[in-house]
Write a protein that binds this ligand. Structure first.
Ligand SMILES: NC(=O)c1ccc[n+]([C@@H]2O[C@H](COP(=O)([O-])OP(=O)(O)OC[C@H]3O[C@@H](n4cnc5c(N)ncnc54)[C@H](O)[C@@H]3O)[C@@H](O)[C@H]2O)c1
Length: 255
């Protein structure tokens, strides 16, 4: 399948987990990828994986801090300018931190918003002119099962992910007549940097997680390629009648 031949896809959070798996998936389907992350070491791994697969000629990596307006303006803007156009944006960059809500500092809260929610806005704003020029632009934002189902100790994280869903609905309608589609994916229980260490408080009551069904599809955590495949479907012409909605990818944990 070469659904992304002659298409340019910008992916943030491309140095680890789901973003990194999405880079590999889009490259394998013939796309050109602009891969950004705050982790230079992570981007090195992404690049060596592409070299190993023989796709490195269609990959550009760049450092970006999505919470920093100047960084986004410069690095995302330069990457798009060098590529000449843009068809798809995948906003995978994000952080997960857990804490009792009554112990959550304003600094913690603001950091979570700055990266997950404001970062998604800043990168989307930078990319929109070229996505609209494309006439078939697609935006994949990263919400979470925590946006719609109660996840204890993650109130700040969940609030950012709920905000991303609302933001995504708004842009889906605002730009629909210009051919733009926008969805949120809601992953859950996917192996990645952040789920290796969700950083739950030491005294967390694990019984509060008992209401989630055990994962039905094979049990346990799934690999990030299971989200990358859904993103590729949505962002390609196979998803051309899908916009303004969410796709939950969690093995049935939240049925
Ligand atoms: N893994 C899951 O089960 C799960 C569940 C729900 C939502 N998500 C969402 O999926 C997305 C991808 O996360 P993942 O699970 O692959 O985790 P991950 O930690 O493996 O990847 C996140 C990436 O974002 C990058 N990043 C963090 N802050 C950044 C910044 N300021 N600027 C640029 N890059 C930055 C990190 O360096 C990292 O490479 C996130 O938005 C996350 O909230 C994941």
């Amino acid at each position: 399948m070469k659904r992304f031949k002659n298409r340019i896809v910008l992916i943030t959070g491309a140095g680890s987990g789901i973003g990194q798996a999405t880079v590999a998936r889009i490259l394998s389907e013939g796309g050109t990828v602009l891969a950004g992350d705050i982790s230079e070491a992570g981007l090195e791994v992404t690049r060596s994986q592409a070299e190993h697969a023989g796709h490195a000629d269609r990959l550009t990596t760049f450092f970006v801090d999505i919470s920093d307006e100047d960084s986004v303006r410069k690095t995302v803007g330069d990457a798009i300018k060098a590529a000449g156009s843009l068809d798809v944006l995948v906003n995978a960059a994000g952080i997960l931190r857990s804490e009792h809500t009554h112990k959550t500092t304003l600094e913690f809260w603001n950091r979570m918003l700055a990266i997950n929610l404001t970062g998604t806005f800043l990168v989307t704003r930078e990319c929109l002119p070229e996505l609209l020029r494309s006439g078939r632009g697609a935006v994949v934002n990263f919400s979470s099962t925590s946006a719609s189902f109660a996840h204890p100790y993650m109130a700040a994280y969940a609030a950012t992910k709920g905000g991303i869903q609302a933001f995504t609905h708004a842009i889906a309608l605002e730009y629909a007549k210009q051919g733009l589609r926008a969805v949120s994916v809601c992953p859950g229980s996917i192996q990645s940097g952040m789920t290796n260490d969700p950083g739950l408080p030491a005294d967390a009551d694990l019984m509060l997680f008992a209401k989630m069904s055990p994962a039905l599809l094979g049990g346990g955590f799934a690999g990030p390629e299971n989200v990358a495949s859904a993103i590729a479907m949505f962002a390609s012409d196979d998803g051309k009648f899908i916009t303004g909605t969410e796709l939950r990818i969690d093995g049935g944990m939240h049925m």
